[in-house]
Ligand binder design. Structure first.
Ligand code: 3EB
Length: 342
């Protein structure tokens, strides 16, 4: 049983349709605004339609692979592929199809429905442990019906966890929730047979314990999850921002926010190594996705990261909205001892 992540940031990937004899491709992401339309890949792909910054390419492809044979499936709008032990899926929902009845807001209802379907699928596939989730939605900071859309999303996500008797604190997946210019609610996820171990950041209040000033329901995610597979330790670091305790720090200062977010990533690596001493995680050895709210801030963010991580670190910069209006940058990362072997 193994899981690997690869990105064409570093190395050319085979074209879609090429044979993958040894490895099962579970799925992946296409990040950017591809100018040419491409033939669909034969596995689920989450399209993250947002500008890639500081790169000659208009889009970047990422893939997750596992060993053994893959099976493909479709369940209530979720496209998925699974190996014996690991499942990757993507669901996109048009929130306008979920009418805002009474107090219920349509994004909230769409979010709850997406997560309900995911939990139904994982039960049916007998791969119950949700490890990592990537959430994208349009206009994340806009108020509708008197509540910011990110906060509506949090209510729907929380309600689905509770409805399926899942913990909404403690053992919850790593995640990011990011705003795009347009498009449907898109949720991609990796789940598996074994439980991952949640990792919290001693510098931050756990997001699921945020006080009510950040919304009627707290966000349901862990700061990171540690996955220990035979011969392999993987770390999924959630979207990480310039938050200390539960407060945004360095408002209006993108360099300060970049350094603080990196300090939070470093704290998570230290915590992960404390929990899994054999794992050789280093800050320079991770693969990063960095969301920058204002494209004009890109050179500052790039320079701060280069200073801390070195020029060789694998970093993809994307222009997108962060879930708090005062956050200018958010950093997520993946560490896997099998990185690059897919
Ligand atoms: C934060 O720390 C910044 O709601 O899924 C980061 C990662 C953030 C995940 C989520 C939100 C989420 O609160 C925002």
């Amino acid at each position: 049983m193994s899981l690997a992540f690869c990105s064409d940031l570093r190395r050319p990937l085979p074209a879609a349709g090429d044979a993958f004899d040894e490895k099962c491709v579970l799925g992946g992401a296409l990040v950017g605004n591809p100018s040419a339309s491409r033939s669909p890949w034969p596995w689920p792909v989450q399209a993250v339609l947002a500008p890639v910054l500081g790169d000659t390419r208009d889009s970047v492809q990422e893939r997750w692979t596992a060993d053994g044979e893959c099976q493909a499936g479709e369940f209530k709008g979720i496209a998925f592929r699974r190996s014996r032990d690991i499942l990757f899926g993507v669901i996109e929902l048009d929130e306008h199809a979920f009418s805002a009845a009474g107090e219920t807001r349509s994004l909230q209802a769409a979010t709850e429905e997406a997560y309900r379907r995911i939990f139904q699928l994982l039960a049916a596939q007998d791969l119950p442990h949700l490890w990592r989730v990537w959430n994208y939605l349009a206009d994340i900071n806009r108020d509708t019906n008197g509540l910011e859309r990110y906060r509506q999303f949090n209510i729907g996500r929380y309600d689905a966890f509770v409805a399926f008797d899942r913990a909404a604190t403690g053992n919850v997946p790593a995640a990011c929730t990011i705003g795009l210019r347009q498009g449907r609610l898109s949720v991609a996820f990796i789940a598996g047979r074994l439980a991952a171990r949640p990792v919290e950041n001693p510098r931050q209040v756990s997001a699921y314990y945020y006080p009510a000033e950040y919304g009627p329901r707290s966000p349901t995610f862990s700061r990171a999850v540690l996955l220990t597979l035979p011969g392999q330790a993987s770390l999924f670091i959630s979207g990480t921002a310039s938050i200390v305790g539960h407060r945004t720090v360095h408002p209006g200062d993108v360099a300060g926010q970049s350094r603080e977010a990196l300090a939070n990533v470093e704290a998570l690596i230290v915590e992960a190594k404390r929990l899994s001493p054999a794992a050789a995680f280093t800050q320079a050895g991770l693969a990063y996705r960095v969301y920058v709210r204002h494209a004009a801030d890109y050179p500052v963010v790039r320079d701060v990261l280069a200073e801390r991580l070195g020029e060789a670190a694998e970093v993809l910069f994307v222009q997108a909205d962060i879930c708090r209006h005062d956050l200018l940058v958010e950093i997520e990362a993946i560490a896997s001892t099998a990185l690059g072997s897919c």
